[in-house]
Ligand binder design. Structure first.
Ligand SMILES: [Cu+2]
Length: 90
C-alpha cells in the first residue's frame, strides 16, 4: 500500500493462504471487508470471507486471513476513497 491506494488492485491466492499487506509509507490505513463504489463506502462481508478489521499506523505490515473458502472477496480502506483490493481465492 502506498499513501492512498493498494499497489495492486487484485491478488490471487490458494485456499487456506493468507495475504500480507505492507504499508510502505508513513500513512495510516484501516482495512475492512467491503468496497468503494462510485465514491461511496459499501461495507459488506461475503459468505466465507474472514472478518477483516486491521489498522495500519504507517511503515508496518500485517497478515490478513486465512481465506479458507474459494471465491472473490473485497477489501477496502475506510480512510481513502477508492482504495479497493480484490482477493481471489482458488
Ligand atoms: Cu488507506
Amino acid at each position: 500500500m502506498d499513501a492512498t491506494n493498494f499497489e495492486v488492485s487484485s491478488i490471487t491466492i490458494q485456499k487456506g493462504q493468507s495475504i500480507t499487506l505492507v504499508d510502505t509509507v508513513a500513512v495510516p490505513h484501516i482495512i475492512q471487508n467491503g468496497s468503494w463504489v462510485n465514491g461511496t463506502a459499501k461495507p459488506a462481508i461475503e459468505p466465507g470471507a474472514p472478518k477483516v478489521d486491521v489498522q495500519f499506523s504507517g511503515n508496518d505490515s500485517k497478515q490478513i486471513g486465512p481465506f479458507t473458502t474459494a471465491g472473490t472477496f473485497k477489501l477496502y480502506c475506510t480512510i481513502h476513497q477508492g482504495m479497493n483490493l480484490t482477493v481471489i481465492v482458488k
